[in-house]
Design a binder for this molecule. Structure first.
Ligand SMILES: [Zn+2]
Length: 96
């Protein structure tokens, strides 16, 4: 699987009259970053936001799979109507 390239970070020139750019947030030069999230410093806000976005997307995909599986079974016969399960179930479904 090829690694995604992350090149939409805010960039700034390293110095006037040079072709080099760096991340405006963590100041690592683009030739070191090479489009990798791991190329930014661990505390870089761009990196943290992207990693959070990716983790959120993975969680969403897992939730969709879990709810798809749950909907294949008649769980209403085993989970009481007044169970908090249904509250959380609806909350998750409404956010997908
Ligand atoms: Zn950065």
């Amino acid at each position: 699987m090829s690694e995604d390239l992350f090149v939409d970070y805010p960039a700034e020139s390293v110095a006037e009259a040079t072709p080099y750019h760096r991340c405006a947030l963590c100041k690592v030069v683009s030739t070191e970053i090479k489009g990798r999230l791991s190329g930014h410093l661990p505390e870089c806000l761009y990196r943290k936001n992207k990693e959070g976005e990716i983790a959120g997307n993975q969680l969403r995909e897992l939730a969709v799979l879990a709810i798809t599986e749950l909907n294949k079974h008649d769980i209403s016969s085993v989970v009481p109507e007044d169970s908090l399960f249904w509250f959380y179930f609806q909350q998750i479904q409404s956010k997908l």
